[in-house]
Design a protein around this ligand. Structure first.
Ligand code: PMP
Length: 405
């Protein structure tokens, strides 16, 4: 086990004079990007930038080729086919796309949608609104004591009127791996389409959407050591075929008259306007970076580090994890006894330690746990034992200074 991460030098941020002492423990919000990602974006933006899919000249054709090669490479990364892969702005846009283009036309007052109480707002609000607008019912499965989706409860919520299931692969607050294979199997048996919110899971190990047998899988580049502004929606080919685009604009039409439009086939019909090619290049570079390390080495490193994190926090009696004993997670959300979460984050920031405090876009989950907020510490490849030791020292100091008697 390393005190300092062997991957840390891949990340330029730590060599900047402002950041030599930075202890970044907020990777569940966004990962820092390795140099190779920034370099790929810089190279494209500086020397090859053009509007993809539109121009008939060399530079534009090369931008088109980059996007389409990226589609192949990213699809391969999650076991999908390229014609099932839609580039979006991020997970949020991907889920909204499915809500508006796939679920809305199939929903009516007699139907229901099933989610869990641990969903990020991005995987709650679109379904909540659809149900409000149509009179459909939003059914919510709760969690096991280990903080995972309760599949038995979810199964009991399904019936002939269940129109859709939308579940996170890993909660951004609790961090455990949900049994999504079981959910997909149940869904398939009952012919219910299912979306997996993979925002947190995509950096945690190989994802194979064909093996999972889900209909939709969404994730964001910036949670995968890539840039913000580029995400992915995997949608099964037969789903893509029946979905109508919701966001409309240039580049998605076969033919348009002033009164009618015929859309193109395939994933590009959900990509109106101009592609963010630099971000797409960054995402490909991030995937190549992860491939270069290899999943077994990456997972082994992160697993070992997370064991240390949970052990060290477990030794602090004033730290109360939201789910005690949930040690498999690469993050830990907790409360510090007698100190408000925001004060904890403020004190840690004083020691140049970056963590997240608040409800982490999961207010209903905090409500379910009887809390208003928590502190979340989340690990990335650049972290080593020294970061956790610094965190522990700073938490002890915070508690001594601020805890109410
Ligand atoms: N779902 C989960 C589980 C997340 O953690 C996040 C990001 N915090 C999102 C969805 C939304 O992702 P984005 O902000 O990149 O659209």
């Amino acid at each position: 086990m390393y005190d300092q991460s062997p991957f840390k030098s891949d990340f330029a941020v730590f060599s900047h004079p402002d950041n030599t002492e930075l202890c970044y423990l907020d990777s569940a919000a966004t990962c820092l990007t390795p140099k190779v990602v920034a370099e790929a974006m810089y190279q494209y933006q500086s020397f090859s930038h053009a509007n993809s899919h539109k121009g008939l000249y060399r530079l534009s054709a090369s931008a088109t080729e980059r996007v389409e090669q990226a589609r192949v490479s990213v699809a391969e990364f999650i076991g999908a086919d390229a014609d099932e892969l839609v580039f979006t702005f991020g997970t949020t846009e991907a889920i909204n796309l499915v809500a508006n283009s796939f679920v809305r036309p199939r929903l009516s007052a007699d139907k229901n949608i099933v989610i869990s109480c641990a969903e990020h707002h991005a995987n709650l609000l679109p379904w909540q609104r659809l149900c409000q607008q149509t009179g459909a019912e939003l059914r919510v499965a709760s969690l096991t004591p280990q903080g995972l989706l309760d599949v038995a409860e979810l199964a009991a919520l399904l019936d002939d009127n269940t129109c859709f299931i939308a579940i996170s692969h890993i909660s951004n607050v609790l961090g455990g791996l949900n049994p999504v294979e079981q959910v997909c199997r149940l869904a398939r048996q009952q012919s219910i389409p299912v979306l997996i919110d993979g925002a947190q899971a995509v950096s945690h190990g190989p994802v194979d959407v064909k093996h999972l047998d889900c209909d939709f899988y969404a994730f964001s580049g910036h949670k995968l050591y890539g840039p913000a502004g580029c995400g992915v929606l995997f949608a099964r080919a037969d789903c893509i075929e029946v979905m109508e685009p919701d966001t409309l604009g240039g580049g998605i039409v076969e033919q348009v008259t002033l009164t009618e439009t015929r859309f193109i086939d395939g994933p590009m019909k959900f990509e109106p306007g101009s592609h963010n090619v630099a971000a797409i290049c960054g995402l490909v570079a991030a995937i190549d970076y992860i491939r270069g390390i290899g999943w077994p080495a990456l997972v082994a490193y992160m697993d070992e580090l997370s064991v240390y994190l949970h052990q060290q926090l477990g030794d602090l009696p004033f730290i109360k994890p939201l789910i005690p004993g949930a040690s498999g997670a690469w993050l830990c959300s907790f409360q510090c006894q007698g100190v408000h979460s925001h004060d904890v984050a403020g004190m840690l920031d004083g020691d140049d330690i970056a963590v997240r405090a608040g409800h982490h876009c999961a207010q209903p989950l905090h409500h379910y746990l009887g809390l208003k907020s928590s502190v979340r510490v989340s690990l990335g490849l650049y972290n080593g034992r020294e970061d956790i030791d610094r965190l522990v020292a700073s938490l002890k100091h915070t508690y001594q200074l601020l805890a109410a008697d």
